[in-house]
Design a protein around this ligand. Structure first.
Ligand SMILES: Nc1ncnc2c1ncn2[C@@H]1O[C@H](COP(=O)(O)OP(=O)(O)OP(=O)(O)O)[C@@H](O)[C@H]1O
Ligand SMILES: [Mg+2]
Length: 325
C-alpha cells in the first residue's frame, strides 16, 4: 500500500482534478483505491458524489472524515473508526471531506506545539488521520491511498505530509505558480527536521505514528490555461523554468536533509495533464472522469477524440505511477 498526497500551496493549479483522474485510472488498471478528501472545500468529494450523499455524510450518523476526528476535537478520546464510502460497482472508497475540518486544523496546531515539547498527546492527535487511513487501507487491501489537500501550509497538511509515502506537486506554467512553490521545500524540510528531533526525544509511544519521510515524486504540468498560439509562447517561457524552480525550491532543501527524499526523475516531471476545456465541467456534472464520458453525458462530434485522448493519456500516467511508486 502506498499513500500519495497531492499538494501545492498555490490554489487552483489542478490538484483535485488530477488526483481524481489518476485515482480512476489506477482503478481501471486493476488497483484498489482509497481517496481521502482533506480539503475543507470538499471539491474531490463533490466530483464523486451527489448532493444527497454529501449531505448525509455531514448529518447525524454520517461518515465524513470530520466525524472520525470529532472525539479528539471535543476532548472525548481518540479517533472513531468510521468506514469510508464505497463507490458502487468500483474498487474505489472515499473518506469524504467536510467543511468542519478547519476545526481539526486548529487542534493540530496546538498538537504540534505539544509534539515539539515531547508530549505524547501531540503525537496522538497528529497521527489520528494517519492511523484511521492505515487501519482501513490495511484491512481492505488498498493499493493506493490518494490524498487531496487544500492550498496552504497549515497544520492539517503538515500532519498528512509527514505521514505520506510520496507527494506530487501539480503546477501550472505561470509566474504565480512558480512563485507559489518557492516556500515548499524549505517549509517541508523544516517540518521533517523538527519532527525527526521530536520523535527522537519522545522515544516510543503506544500507537503508530508517521514516519516523517515523504518522498517528492515529481510535478505534474497542468497546462489548462493555454488556449492559443500567443499563450502557448508565454506558457513555454514559464514551463521551461519549472524544472529549475523545482530543483532549487523543492528538491534541494529536501535532499539536503536526506538524499532519499526525492525520486530520481528526468526534469522532475512525472506527468502532464492538458487542457480539456468544456469536457471538464461535463465530467464534474456527470460525476465521472473525462475518459469515461459518453454521448449520454453530452459528448458530441469532435469531443469523442478528446475523450479517447484522455483515456490514453491517463492509462500511460497510471502505468507510470505504478512503476514508480
Ligand atoms: N486538465 C484540465 N482541463 C480543463 N480544466 C481543468 C483541468 N484541470 C483543472 N481544471 C479546472 O481548473 C480549476 C482548478 O482546478 P482544481 O480545482 O483541480 O485545482 P486545485 O489545485 O485543486 O484548487 P484548490 O487549490 O482550490 O484546491 C477547476 O475549475 C477545474 O475544473
Ligand atoms: Mg482542490
Amino acid at each position: 500500500m502506498k499513500t500519495i498526497a497531492f499538494f501545492n500551496n498555490k490554489g487552483g493549479v489542478g490538484k483535485t482534478t488530477f488526483t481524481y483522474h489518476l485515482g480512476y485510472s489506477l482503478e481501471t488498471l486493476g488497483k484498489r483505491v482509497l481517496f481521502v478528501d482533506l480539503d475543507p472545500q470538499c471539491n474531490l468529494t463533490a466530483h464523486i458524489f451527489d448532493d444527497n450523499e454529501i449531505n448525509q455524510s455531514w448529518g447525524p450518523g454520517g461518515n465524513s472524515i470530520h466525524k472520525a476526528v470529532e472525539p479528539i476535537i471535543s476532548g472525548a478520546g481518540d479517533f472513531k473508526t468510521i468506514p469510508p464510502h464505497k463507490v458502487s460497482n468500483r474498487n474505489i472508497w472515499v473518506f469524504m471531506g467536510d467543511l468542519l475540518l478547519t476545526d481539526f486544523d486548529g487542534e493540530l496546531s496546538s498538537a504540534w506545539t505539544q509534539i515539539l515539547a515531547g508530549q505524547e498527546r501531540g503525537f496522538r492527535v497528529t497521527s489520528a488521520i494517519y492511523r484511521l487511513i492505515n487501519e482501513f487501507a490495511t484491512k481492505n487491501n488498498i493499493d493506493y491511498v490518494l490524498i487531496d489537500l487544500g492550498p496552504n501550509l497549515g497544520s492539517l497538511n503538515r500532519a498528512i505530509l509527514l505521514g505520506c509515502d510520496n507527494f506530487i506537486v501539480p503546477m501550472i506554467p505561470d509566474l504565480f505558480s512558480l512563485r507559489g512553490s518557492q516556500n515548499l521545500g524549505r517549509v517541508f524540510a523544516d517540518w521533517i527536521k523538527n519532527y525527526e528531533l521530536a520523535k527522537a526525544r519522545i522515544g516510543s509511544v503506544p500507537f503508530n505514528i508517521q514516519n516523517g519521510k515523504p518522498i517528492f515524486s515529481g510535478y505534474v504540468l497542468q497546462q489548462f490555461n493555454v488556449y492559443r498560439n500567443r499563450k502557448t509562447k508565454a506558457y513555454a517561457h514559464w514551463g521551461s523554468q519549472i524544472p529549475h524552480y523545482v530543483q532549487q525550491y523543492v528538491v534541494n532543501p529536501l535532499v539536503a536533509i536526506d538524499p532519499n527524499l526525492a525520486l530520481n526523475l528526468q526534469n522532475f516531471q512525472v506527468a502532464e495533464f492538458k487542457n480539456y476545456h468544456t469536457l471538464l465541467p461535463m465530467a464534474q456534472e456527470s460525476l465521472k472522469p473525462i475518459f469515461e464520458l459518453t454521448s449520454q453525458d453530452g459528448v458530441v462530434g469532435g469531443h469523442f477524440q478528446y475523450v479517447d485522448d484522455c483515456k490514453a493519456e491517463f492509462r500511460q500516467i497510471g502505468k507510470k505511477i505504478i512503476t514508480l511508486i
